[in-house]
Ligand binder design. Structure first.
Ligand code: NAD
Length: 331
């Protein structure tokens, strides 16, 4: 089978090569994204793998794909909002995604950031850079097994996070309107957001961004948190009101924050930009030794990239061969 893989990134190439060797199928890797301008590149191919992050095109675009004999679009992303699902249905195009490439990757990054902050590493680094090697009383740390961790959003990533903290002996609280039984062994108590805000030492966010979750942590919540509280956000930046977070950090209402996602990241998402052109909030956060900011890379592990690539390519083969995949999106 001949497959064209649009939007190929350097980190994906080794896993495509590995997949080709295992399956004997042929994959043409191109860096261009699939769009009205690049649709012609798919001519002569049996199937398509894409990285759908922005709108692919108008309904006519999907008619053109169907005319070329294309029966599927397999996106290597979890999100499918860039794909016009109604147009796919009307043109007999099956859509698949990769909903869970590696929940563990994101959970491990959240835990790593929490431990870094808990042990005050950024603050020690700053002081040592100035020749200050003293053991100051205000920098004494806590140990993870004596901490209460509040997981907000106990889905795939929240569940993996709960499992890690539970394994380290922490007390795990969970907030989720859907009680996911699969993760119950890793939870000490199901509770509500207010209780987590008031009692947790580490608050770890893992919900989708919805009107109901936007700004779920803002000034009223920061005011109720423990002074030693650490806020970890590996989900979506806008779950937190960044301006209020900055105030809470500066007023020492909370002890620190680990952020892999920022509310306003589209202007620098996976790009190199002059720092002074990034949002002012970001510049201020980056200056604080008790804040860690990473560029939306919690997912970026070899396991996750292999899964994204190879699950997507496996799905192309399944759909083009007339089989079904559990990753098909209901159209
Ligand atoms: P999921 O759908 O498996 O889990 C989300 C959970 O949040 C669900 O159980 C849902 O019931 C719960 N939820 C919804 N509203 C809630 C609320 N108001 N309070 C508490 N819980 C609520 O999703 P997932 O795969 O675990 O992803 C979680 C988040 O992580 C998403 O925002 C996703 O975009 C983000 N994410 C980040 C990265 C990264 O690299 N940083 C990578 C992948 C996903």
């Amino acid at each position: 089978m001949k497959i064209i893989m649009y939007g190929t990134k350097a980190a994906e190439r080794p896993f495509v090569k590995e997949w080709q060797e295992i399956t004997g199928n042929e994959v043409k890797m191109v860096t261009e994204s699939l769009s009205a301008q690049t649709i012609g590149m798919a001519k002569g191919y049996d199937g398509i793998s894409i990285q759908a992050t922005s709108s692919l095109g108008q309904p006519d675009f999907y008619r053109q794909l169907a005319k070329m004999g294309i029966k599927q679009l397999s996106t290597r992303t979890a999100g499918v909002d860039a794909i016009d699902l109604a147009a796919c249905r009307d043109n007999g195009i099956t859509v698949t995604n990769v909903a869970a490439y590696s929940p563990r990757a994101i959970a491990e990054m959240g835990l790593t950031q929490a431990l870094y902050l808990l042990r005050r590493i950024g603050e020690y680094e700053l002081r040592m850079g100035k020749g200050d090697f003293r053991w100051n009383a205000d920098l004494i740390s806590n140990e993870i097994y004596q901490q209460t961790v509040g997981i907000v959003g106990l889905g795939r990533i929240g569940g993996a996070t709960a499992q890690l903290y539970k394994a380290l002996g922490a007390r795990v609280l969970a907030v989720d309107p859907n009680r996911n039984v699969e993760y119950a062994p890793f939870v000490d108590e199901y509770t509500d957001l207010d209780t987590v805000v008031k009692t947790a030492d580490i608050i770890s966010l893992h919900t989708p961004l919805l009107p109901s979750t936007k700004n779920m942590l803002a000034a009223p919540q920061f005011a109720k948190m423990k002074k030693n509280a650490l806020v970890i956000n590996m989900a979506r930046g806008a779950l937190i009101n960044t301006a209020d977070l900055l105030v809470a950090l500066k007023k020492k209402q909370i002890a620190g924050a680990g952020l892999d996602t920022l509310a306003d990241e589209s202007s620098f998402f996976n790009q190199e930009v002059p720092v002074d052109q990034t949002p002012v909030d970001y510049q201020e956060l980056a200056q604080l030794p008790n804040v860690l900011v990473t560029p939306h890379v919690a997912f970026f592990t070899k396991t996750a990239i292999r899964n994204m690539v190879q699950i997507s390519l496996d799905d192309v083969v399944k759909i083009v061969s007339g089989k079904h995949s559990p990753n098909e999106i209901r159209l």
